[in-house]
Design a protein around this ligand. Sequence first.
Ligand code: ZN
Length: 472
Amino acid sequence: MRRLKKEKLLLILMLILFVVVIPLTFIALFWPKFKVKSFKDVIIIPYQQKFQIEHGTICYGNAFHCEDVEVEHTGNVDITQKGEYKITYIYKYKTKNYQKEQTIKVIDNTPPKLEVKETEFYYCKNSIPDYEVKAWDNYDGDITKNIEKKVENGKIIFSVTDSSNNKTTIEKEAIEKDIENPTIKLIGGEKIFLNLHEEYEEKGVTALDNCDGDISDKVKIEGNVDTKKEGEYTIKYTIQDEKGNETSKTRTIIVAGKKIKEEKNIYLTFDDGPSKYTKELLDILKKYDVKATFFVTNQTIAKPYEDLILRAYKEGHTIGLHSYTHTYDIYQNEETYFNDLYKIQEKVKNITGYTSNIIRFPGGSSNTISRNYDNNSHIMSKLTKSVEEKGFRYFDWNVISGDAGETTDTMEIVSHVILEIGKRKDSMILQHDIKDYSVKAVENIIEYGLRNGYNFLKITEETPNFHHRVNN
Ligand code: ZN
């Protein structure tokens, strides 16, 4: 009985072996399929290193024989851009296909280059001088602005990190010493005009030192202004830091005999900028502490000029809106006009954070050129109303400088303006800070104005109307 059972079991096992295991083993050995011998799922290559397709070795066949197969691929790798790229390979044998995907990571693993020109280094408790340090990265380009510096154990450590977190550090032995002169900034203008017997008010200066910080209270002021006597007086401001580094600056006060202060006002206004001449203009205005109004456009805007809009705003000038494009086809209808206006308003807001509602129409409100574009719709009659309904205030002018085509001669502009401002109590002068010969006239106009008792005003929302007669 037991023996019979054992034989039966053996028989079943034999049966399984012959019917299942052996055939399956044969099938496994001889059944043809794609076989992967070498293939990389992920390949990492440094930025800009040439990438060669690596499709690995794949064949078609069985355990005893394997044939090479054809391969095609799709997808691209841009070695000039960091990132992950996918390539799909299709291996083909007769009608059979086999697909594999590969990831190529283009990375930047080159640290930036850091170059320090100087050979001697100093530092003090509050600061490290501005050494000439440059940083260049193979991927990010010039990253000088990302350089950081600190003092540690008597060394200055310069470091810079690129956008892939590769870091370069340079250490320089340094000496604790104050080698920089303090700086002085006048509060108020460099030139001040006073009437005889008018009181001189000393506005002082701001003095800053790299090591000692704000040392304005230590400034020595020399010189006297005798407003009982006509003449030019000089006030000298001198500051020494704790280590004896010295800086000085002067201010001129002009006391004039005839009464120069009356209620006569000049509004300097500049259209069409900013431009490469705007910086010079801002320097002149700063020298005399005179504020002006800039009706800006986008027509010549490039990055360095945008910074001039911000500078003008920070220095207390009014930023008005002229036009984004400064083309006259903005006068086709109200929509085209306001589209353009809101664009320049937005731009000024992005640069300064300030929403300007002070505008000047291209060509002025009296222009007739808009007739060429508005299809007989009397666009200027409509716009002069609708801008005010929308909360804007527009300003024309009553003194032309002549810089819009009449002359290119600086002295001619000066004498024309001087003649014209003498005819009225309030003058709004039209100039263009895209014309160098006009910008060069400004210093003379200001000198004349200050010597002869004019107030220089910028346009604000409270300025009275300067409106032309509308002609269209
Ligand atoms: Zn203009």
